[in-house]
Design a protein around this ligand. Structure first.
Ligand code: ATP
Ligand code: MG
Length: 389
Protein backbone atom coordinates (compact mmCIF):
# COMPACT_ATOMS: atom_id res chain seq x y z
CA UNK A 1 0.00 0.00 0.00
CA UNK A 2 1.25 3.43 -0.92
CA UNK A 3 0.41 6.49 1.15
CA UNK A 4 -0.28 9.66 -0.82
CA UNK A 5 -1.54 13.15 -0.06
CA UNK A 6 -4.52 14.09 -2.12
CA UNK A 7 -4.75 17.86 -2.57
CA UNK A 8 -7.85 19.82 -3.57
CA UNK A 9 -7.77 23.40 -4.70
CA UNK A 10 -10.38 26.09 -4.87
CA UNK A 11 -10.77 29.27 -6.82
CA UNK A 12 -8.32 28.15 -9.46
CA UNK A 13 -11.28 26.31 -10.95
CA UNK A 14 -12.78 29.65 -11.90
CA UNK A 15 -9.86 30.79 -13.99
CA UNK A 16 -10.95 29.33 -17.35
CA UNK A 17 -8.17 29.32 -19.89
CA UNK A 18 -5.64 30.51 -17.34
CA UNK A 19 -6.23 27.48 -15.21
CA UNK A 20 -3.08 25.57 -16.25
CA UNK A 21 -1.02 28.63 -15.30
CA UNK A 22 -2.51 28.76 -11.81
CA UNK A 23 -2.18 25.01 -11.38
CA UNK A 24 1.46 25.05 -12.40
CA UNK A 25 2.15 27.90 -9.97
CA UNK A 26 0.46 25.96 -7.19
CA UNK A 27 2.50 22.84 -7.93
CA UNK A 28 5.73 24.89 -7.97
CA UNK A 29 4.85 26.44 -4.61
CA UNK A 30 4.05 23.03 -3.18
CA UNK A 31 7.43 21.74 -4.35
CA UNK A 32 9.10 24.68 -2.66
CA UNK A 33 7.17 24.10 0.56
CA UNK A 34 8.12 20.42 0.54
CA UNK A 35 11.79 21.01 -0.19
CA UNK A 36 13.97 18.35 1.38
CA UNK A 37 11.20 15.76 1.56
CA UNK A 38 11.67 14.53 -2.04
CA UNK A 39 8.02 14.49 -3.03
CA UNK A 40 6.75 13.44 -6.44
CA UNK A 41 3.89 15.74 -7.35
CA UNK A 42 1.38 14.82 -10.03
CA UNK A 43 -1.47 16.87 -11.37
CA UNK A 44 -4.51 15.13 -12.76
CA UNK A 45 -8.16 16.00 -13.40
CA UNK A 46 -8.50 18.83 -10.92
CA UNK A 47 -6.52 17.09 -8.22
CA UNK A 48 -2.93 17.05 -7.13
CA UNK A 49 -1.27 13.95 -5.76
CA UNK A 50 1.80 14.10 -3.56
CA UNK A 51 3.64 10.80 -3.58
CA UNK A 52 6.90 9.37 -2.39
CA UNK A 53 6.84 10.99 1.07
CA UNK A 54 8.54 8.84 3.69
CA UNK A 55 6.30 7.66 6.50
CA UNK A 56 8.40 9.59 9.03
CA UNK A 57 7.95 12.86 7.06
CA UNK A 58 4.25 12.49 6.40
CA UNK A 59 2.96 14.66 9.23
CA UNK A 60 5.54 17.33 8.43
CA UNK A 61 4.55 17.36 4.75
CA UNK A 62 0.91 17.68 5.70
CA UNK A 63 1.66 20.55 8.05
CA UNK A 64 3.70 22.46 5.48
CA UNK A 65 0.98 22.12 2.86
CA UNK A 66 -1.63 23.61 5.17
CA UNK A 67 0.29 26.89 4.71
CA UNK A 68 0.34 26.89 0.91
CA UNK A 69 -2.12 29.39 -0.57
CA UNK A 70 -4.44 27.90 -3.16
CA UNK A 71 -4.98 24.62 -1.32
CA UNK A 72 -8.54 24.04 -0.20
CA UNK A 73 -7.98 20.80 1.68
CA UNK A 74 -5.84 17.69 1.85
CA UNK A 75 -6.46 14.07 2.60
CA UNK A 76 -3.90 11.46 3.49
CA UNK A 77 -4.99 8.50 1.38
CA UNK A 78 -4.08 4.89 0.80
CA UNK A 79 -3.42 4.28 -2.89
CA UNK A 80 -4.04 0.61 -3.67
CA UNK A 81 -4.74 -1.72 -6.52
CA UNK A 82 -8.34 -1.58 -7.76
CA UNK A 83 -8.94 -5.23 -6.95
CA UNK A 84 -12.06 -5.21 -4.76
CA UNK A 85 -10.73 -7.19 -1.80
CA UNK A 86 -7.66 -4.95 -1.73
CA UNK A 87 -9.90 -1.88 -1.57
CA UNK A 88 -11.92 -3.41 1.26
CA UNK A 89 -8.83 -4.26 3.26
CA UNK A 90 -7.41 -0.72 2.84
CA UNK A 91 -10.73 0.66 4.05
CA UNK A 92 -10.68 -1.71 6.99
CA UNK A 93 -7.19 -0.61 8.01
CA UNK A 94 -8.13 3.06 7.83
CA UNK A 95 -11.32 2.48 9.79
CA UNK A 96 -9.45 0.48 12.45
CA UNK A 97 -7.11 3.38 13.01
CA UNK A 98 -9.93 5.92 12.94
CA UNK A 99 -11.94 3.98 15.54
CA UNK A 100 -9.02 3.29 17.85
CA UNK A 101 -10.02 4.15 21.40
CA UNK A 102 -13.51 5.24 20.33
CA UNK A 103 -16.29 3.70 22.37
CA UNK A 104 -19.97 3.71 21.58
CA UNK A 105 -21.80 4.14 18.33
CA UNK A 106 -20.20 6.05 15.46
CA UNK A 107 -22.03 7.14 12.32
CA UNK A 108 -20.49 6.89 8.87
CA UNK A 109 -21.16 6.77 5.19
CA UNK A 110 -19.22 5.68 2.16
CA UNK A 111 -18.65 8.24 -0.58
CA UNK A 112 -17.55 6.60 -3.78
CA UNK A 113 -16.46 8.33 -6.96
CA UNK A 114 -15.23 6.70 -10.06
CA UNK A 115 -13.48 8.24 -13.01
CA UNK A 116 -12.69 4.79 -14.34
CA UNK A 117 -16.04 4.12 -15.97
CA UNK A 118 -15.02 0.55 -16.82
CA UNK A 119 -14.85 -0.44 -13.20
CA UNK A 120 -17.12 -3.39 -12.47
CA UNK A 121 -19.28 -1.47 -9.97
CA UNK A 122 -20.74 2.01 -10.24
CA UNK A 123 -20.57 4.53 -7.39
CA UNK A 124 -23.87 3.49 -5.81
CA UNK A 125 -22.86 -0.14 -5.86
CA UNK A 126 -19.51 0.65 -4.27
CA UNK A 127 -21.26 2.67 -1.55
CA UNK A 128 -23.61 -0.19 -0.75
CA UNK A 129 -21.02 -2.95 -0.98
CA UNK A 130 -18.32 -1.26 1.04
CA UNK A 131 -20.85 0.13 3.55
CA UNK A 132 -22.12 -3.40 4.11
CA UNK A 133 -18.61 -4.80 4.59
CA UNK A 134 -17.74 -2.09 7.12
CA UNK A 135 -20.95 -2.77 9.09
CA UNK A 136 -19.98 -6.45 9.27
CA UNK A 137 -16.43 -5.67 10.39
CA UNK A 138 -17.18 -2.91 12.90
CA UNK A 139 -20.34 -3.43 14.94
CA UNK A 140 -20.21 0.07 16.46
CA UNK A 141 -20.74 1.68 13.05
CA UNK A 142 -24.11 2.97 11.98
CA UNK A 143 -24.99 4.51 8.62
CA UNK A 144 -26.00 8.15 8.51
CA UNK A 145 -26.05 9.58 5.00
CA UNK A 146 -26.89 13.14 6.04
CA UNK A 147 -24.36 14.11 8.70
CA UNK A 148 -22.01 11.21 9.35
CA UNK A 149 -19.09 11.52 11.77
CA UNK A 150 -16.87 9.58 9.39
CA UNK A 151 -16.87 9.93 5.63
CA UNK A 152 -15.11 6.99 4.10
CA UNK A 153 -14.15 8.07 0.59
CA UNK A 154 -13.17 5.80 -2.23
CA UNK A 155 -12.02 7.13 -5.57
CA UNK A 156 -11.53 4.73 -8.40
CA UNK A 157 -9.07 6.23 -10.85
CA UNK A 158 -5.77 4.83 -12.15
CA UNK A 159 -5.64 3.23 -8.72
CA UNK A 160 -8.10 3.16 -5.86
CA UNK A 161 -7.70 5.96 -3.30
CA UNK A 162 -9.21 5.39 0.11
CA UNK A 163 -9.35 8.01 2.88
CA UNK A 164 -11.48 9.25 5.74
CA UNK A 165 -9.86 12.51 6.74
CA UNK A 166 -10.06 15.99 5.22
CA UNK A 167 -7.66 18.60 6.57
CA UNK A 168 -8.58 22.21 5.72
CA UNK A 169 -6.03 24.26 3.78
CA UNK A 170 -5.59 28.06 3.83
CA UNK A 171 -7.37 28.65 0.50
CA UNK A 172 -6.45 31.82 -1.41
CA UNK A 173 -4.50 32.03 -4.68
CA UNK A 174 -1.01 30.66 -5.37
CA UNK A 175 1.69 33.16 -4.45
CA UNK A 176 3.22 34.63 -7.60
CA UNK A 177 0.08 34.63 -9.72
CA UNK A 178 -1.04 38.18 -8.88
CA UNK A 179 2.15 40.20 -9.33
CA UNK A 180 4.49 41.80 -6.81
CA UNK A 181 3.97 44.25 -3.97
CA UNK A 182 6.08 45.72 -1.25
CA UNK A 183 5.04 45.46 2.40
CA UNK A 184 5.92 48.20 4.86
CA UNK A 185 6.72 46.08 7.86
CA UNK A 186 7.12 47.36 11.41
CA UNK A 187 7.61 45.28 14.52
CA UNK A 188 3.92 45.45 15.39
CA UNK A 189 0.99 43.11 15.16
CA UNK A 190 -0.67 44.57 12.09
CA UNK A 191 1.82 44.69 9.26
CA UNK A 192 2.76 40.96 9.23
CA UNK A 193 -0.97 40.17 9.09
CA UNK A 194 -1.40 42.62 6.20
CA UNK A 195 1.43 40.89 4.31
CA UNK A 196 -0.10 37.49 4.96
CA UNK A 197 -3.45 38.64 3.61
CA UNK A 198 -2.10 40.04 0.38
CA UNK A 199 0.15 37.02 -0.24
CA UNK A 200 -3.04 35.00 0.19
CA UNK A 201 -4.42 36.76 -2.86
CA UNK A 202 -1.44 35.60 -4.89
CA UNK A 203 1.00 38.49 -4.51
CA UNK A 204 4.73 37.94 -4.25
CA UNK A 205 6.01 40.08 -1.37
CA UNK A 206 9.06 42.13 -0.79
CA UNK A 207 9.34 44.11 2.44
CA UNK A 208 10.71 47.45 3.60
CA UNK A 209 11.55 48.30 7.18
CA UNK A 210 12.71 51.66 8.53
CA UNK A 211 14.90 51.69 11.61
CA UNK A 212 16.33 54.57 13.61
CA UNK A 213 19.47 53.32 15.20
CA UNK A 214 20.49 54.18 18.00
CA UNK A 215 16.94 55.22 19.04
CA UNK A 216 15.79 51.76 18.10
CA UNK A 217 17.95 48.82 19.04
CA UNK A 218 19.57 45.98 17.15
CA UNK A 219 17.05 43.70 18.80
CA UNK A 220 14.10 45.66 17.41
CA UNK A 221 15.56 45.01 13.96
CA UNK A 222 16.04 41.32 14.70
CA UNK A 223 12.40 41.18 15.64
CA UNK A 224 11.37 42.51 12.23
CA UNK A 225 13.65 40.00 10.52
CA UNK A 226 12.02 37.23 12.55
CA UNK A 227 8.50 38.48 11.72
CA UNK A 228 9.41 38.52 8.05
CA UNK A 229 10.70 34.97 8.36
CA UNK A 230 7.38 33.92 9.88
CA UNK A 231 5.51 35.46 6.96
CA UNK A 232 7.73 33.56 4.48
CA UNK A 233 6.24 30.33 5.80
CA UNK A 234 3.18 31.33 3.78
CA UNK A 235 4.49 33.83 1.27
CA UNK A 236 7.71 32.11 0.22
CA UNK A 237 10.97 34.01 -0.16
CA UNK A 238 10.84 37.70 0.82
CA UNK A 239 13.48 40.29 -0.03
CA UNK A 240 13.64 42.53 3.03
CA UNK A 241 15.07 46.04 2.68
CA UNK A 242 16.32 47.64 5.89
CA UNK A 243 16.39 51.40 5.53
CA UNK A 244 18.34 53.64 7.94
CA UNK A 245 15.85 56.36 8.85
CA UNK A 246 17.48 58.24 11.72
CA UNK A 247 18.64 61.29 9.81
CA UNK A 248 15.26 61.85 8.18
CA UNK A 249 13.45 61.28 11.42
CA UNK A 250 15.68 63.68 13.36
CA UNK A 251 15.24 66.30 10.66
CA UNK A 252 11.46 65.98 10.84
CA UNK A 253 11.64 66.57 14.59
CA UNK A 254 13.95 69.51 14.29
CA UNK A 255 12.44 71.29 11.29
CA UNK A 256 8.73 70.47 11.19
CA UNK A 257 5.76 71.30 13.47
CA UNK A 258 5.60 68.73 16.24
CA UNK A 259 1.93 67.81 15.78
CA UNK A 260 2.55 66.94 12.10
CA UNK A 261 5.59 64.76 12.65
CA UNK A 262 3.86 61.39 12.53
CA UNK A 263 2.09 61.97 9.23
CA UNK A 264 5.18 63.58 7.71
CA UNK A 265 7.22 60.59 8.76
CA UNK A 266 4.65 58.29 7.14
CA UNK A 267 4.79 60.31 3.92
CA UNK A 268 8.57 60.03 3.76
CA UNK A 269 8.46 56.31 4.49
CA UNK A 270 5.97 55.86 1.67
CA UNK A 271 8.10 57.82 -0.79
CA UNK A 272 11.20 55.75 -0.04
CA UNK A 273 9.21 52.51 -0.06
CA UNK A 274 7.83 53.40 -3.47
CA UNK A 275 11.28 54.04 -4.91
CA UNK A 276 12.53 50.70 -3.60
CA UNK A 277 9.36 48.95 -4.79
CA UNK A 278 9.75 50.36 -8.29
CA UNK A 279 13.31 49.06 -8.50
CA UNK A 280 12.03 45.65 -7.43
CA UNK A 281 9.37 45.64 -10.12
CA UNK A 282 6.63 45.78 -7.49
CA UNK A 283 3.42 47.52 -8.47
CA UNK A 284 1.81 48.30 -5.12
CA UNK A 285 2.58 49.06 -1.48
CA UNK A 286 0.97 47.24 1.45
CA UNK A 287 0.51 48.63 4.96
CA UNK A 288 -1.11 47.38 8.14
CA UNK A 289 -3.24 50.47 8.61
CA UNK A 290 -6.77 50.20 9.95
CA UNK A 291 -9.23 53.09 9.85
CA UNK A 292 -9.25 55.11 13.04
CA UNK A 293 -6.80 52.88 14.93
CA UNK A 294 -4.43 55.76 15.78
CA UNK A 295 -4.13 59.45 14.92
CA UNK A 296 -2.18 58.72 11.74
CA UNK A 297 -4.93 56.40 10.52
CA UNK A 298 -7.91 58.73 10.36
CA UNK A 299 -9.33 59.23 6.90
CA UNK A 300 -7.69 62.66 6.68
CA UNK A 301 -4.29 61.29 7.72
CA UNK A 302 -4.54 58.36 5.33
CA UNK A 303 -5.38 60.74 2.49
CA UNK A 304 -2.28 62.79 3.35
CA UNK A 305 -0.15 59.64 3.44
CA UNK A 306 -1.51 58.47 0.10
CA UNK A 307 -0.75 61.82 -1.47
CA UNK A 308 2.98 61.13 -1.11
CA UNK A 309 2.95 58.25 -3.62
CA UNK A 310 1.46 57.32 -6.96
CA UNK A 311 1.38 53.53 -6.56
CA UNK A 312 -1.78 51.86 -5.31
CA UNK A 313 -1.56 51.31 -1.54
CA UNK A 314 -3.22 48.13 -0.29
CA UNK A 315 -4.53 48.25 3.27
CA UNK A 316 -6.14 44.86 3.76
CA UNK A 317 -6.86 45.56 7.46
CA UNK A 318 -8.66 48.84 6.86
CA UNK A 319 -12.01 47.50 8.08
CA UNK A 320 -10.67 45.20 10.80
CA UNK A 321 -10.94 45.74 14.56
CA UNK A 322 -7.77 45.24 16.57
CA UNK A 323 -9.26 42.04 18.07
CA UNK A 324 -9.85 40.61 14.64
CA UNK A 325 -6.30 41.43 13.57
CA UNK A 326 -4.96 39.79 16.72
CA UNK A 327 -6.98 36.65 16.01
CA UNK A 328 -5.39 36.32 12.58
CA UNK A 329 -1.93 37.04 14.04
CA UNK A 330 -2.39 34.21 16.53
CA UNK A 331 -3.67 31.83 13.89
CA UNK A 332 -0.74 32.45 11.54
CA UNK A 333 1.85 32.41 14.32
CA UNK A 334 3.17 35.98 14.30
CA UNK A 335 1.44 37.26 17.44
CA UNK A 336 3.93 36.04 20.05
CA UNK A 337 6.83 37.66 18.23
CA UNK A 338 4.91 40.89 17.55
CA UNK A 339 4.21 41.50 21.23
CA UNK A 340 7.86 41.22 22.29
CA UNK A 341 8.57 44.57 23.91
CA UNK A 342 11.08 46.23 21.62
CA UNK A 343 10.73 49.85 20.63
CA UNK A 344 9.75 50.90 17.14
CA UNK A 345 10.80 54.13 15.48
CA UNK A 346 7.17 55.31 15.49
CA UNK A 347 6.79 54.75 19.21
CA UNK A 348 10.08 56.43 20.11
CA UNK A 349 9.15 59.72 18.47
CA UNK A 350 5.41 60.02 19.10
CA UNK A 351 4.30 63.64 19.46
CA UNK A 352 2.24 64.53 22.53
CA UNK A 353 -0.62 66.01 20.53
CA UNK A 354 -0.67 64.64 16.99
CA UNK A 355 -3.10 66.18 14.48
CA UNK A 356 -5.96 63.84 13.79
CA UNK A 357 -7.29 65.89 10.89
CA UNK A 358 -4.18 67.08 9.07
CA UNK A 359 -4.65 69.52 6.21
CA UNK A 360 -2.90 68.34 3.10
CA UNK A 361 -1.85 71.84 2.02
CA UNK A 362 -0.25 72.53 5.41
CA UNK A 363 1.59 69.21 5.41
CA UNK A 364 2.86 69.75 1.91
CA UNK A 365 4.11 73.16 2.95
CA UNK A 366 5.89 71.82 6.04
CA UNK A 367 7.46 69.09 3.95
CA UNK A 368 8.50 71.52 1.21
CA UNK A 369 10.37 73.67 3.72
CA UNK A 370 13.11 71.06 3.84
CA UNK A 371 15.12 69.63 0.95
CA UNK A 372 14.81 65.87 1.46
CA UNK A 373 16.30 64.66 -1.78
CA UNK A 374 19.83 64.12 -0.54
CA UNK A 375 18.73 62.50 2.71
CA UNK A 376 16.41 60.16 0.80
CA UNK A 377 19.14 59.27 -1.67
CA UNK A 378 21.52 58.53 1.19
CA UNK A 379 18.98 56.39 3.03
CA UNK A 380 18.35 54.34 -0.09
CA UNK A 381 22.06 54.03 -0.79
CA UNK A 382 22.69 52.69 2.71
CA UNK A 383 19.76 50.31 2.59
CA UNK A 384 20.67 46.76 3.38
CA UNK A 385 19.04 43.82 1.60
CA UNK A 386 18.36 40.55 3.37
CA UNK A 387 16.88 37.67 1.42
CA UNK A 388 14.69 35.75 3.83
CA UNK A 389 13.75 32.19 2.97
P1 ATP B 1 1.90 47.68 13.16
O1 ATP B 1 1.39 46.57 13.95
O2 ATP B 1 2.02 47.29 11.74
O3 ATP B 1 3.14 48.27 13.72
P2 ATP B 1 0.56 50.04 14.09
O4 ATP B 1 -0.80 49.98 14.52
O5 ATP B 1 1.65 50.15 15.08
O6 ATP B 1 0.80 48.81 13.13
P3 ATP B 1 1.63 52.42 12.82
O7 ATP B 1 2.83 52.35 13.65
O8 ATP B 1 0.85 53.65 12.74
O9 ATP B 1 0.61 51.24 13.07
O10 ATP B 1 2.03 52.09 11.36
C1 ATP B 1 1.08 51.90 10.37
C2 ATP B 1 1.71 51.10 9.25
O11 ATP B 1 2.85 51.77 8.75
C3 ATP B 1 2.23 49.75 9.69
O12 ATP B 1 1.23 48.77 9.67
C4 ATP B 1 3.31 49.49 8.67
O13 ATP B 1 2.75 49.02 7.45
C5 ATP B 1 3.89 50.89 8.44
N1 ATP B 1 5.05 51.13 9.32
C6 ATP B 1 5.06 51.71 10.54
N2 ATP B 1 6.31 51.75 11.05
C7 ATP B 1 7.13 51.22 10.12
C8 ATP B 1 8.54 50.97 10.04
N3 ATP B 1 9.36 51.30 11.02
N4 ATP B 1 9.00 50.41 8.92
C9 ATP B 1 8.18 50.07 7.91
N5 ATP B 1 6.86 50.26 7.94
C10 ATP B 1 6.32 50.83 9.01
MG1 MG C 1 3.70 49.99 14.32
Amino acid sequence: MEKVLLVRYTEIHLKGLNRPYFERALVDNMKRALRGLEPRIEREHGRIYVRNIREADFAEAQERLTRVFGIHSLSPAAAVDKDWETVVSAARELMERRLEGVTGEVTFKVLARRSDKHYFMNSDEINRELGGRMLELFPQLKVDVHSPEIKLSVEIRDMAYVYCEEIPGVNGMPVGTAGKASLLISGGIDSPVAGYMMAKRGLTLSAVHFYSYPYTSERARDKVVELTRLVTKYAGEIRLFLVPFTEIQMTIYEKCPEKETTVLMRRLMMRIAQTIAEREGAQALITGESLGQVASQTLEALACTNDAVTMPVFRPLIGFDKDEIMDVARRIGTYETSILPYEDCCTVFVPKHPVTKPKLAELRASEAAVDWSEMIAKAIENTELMVIK
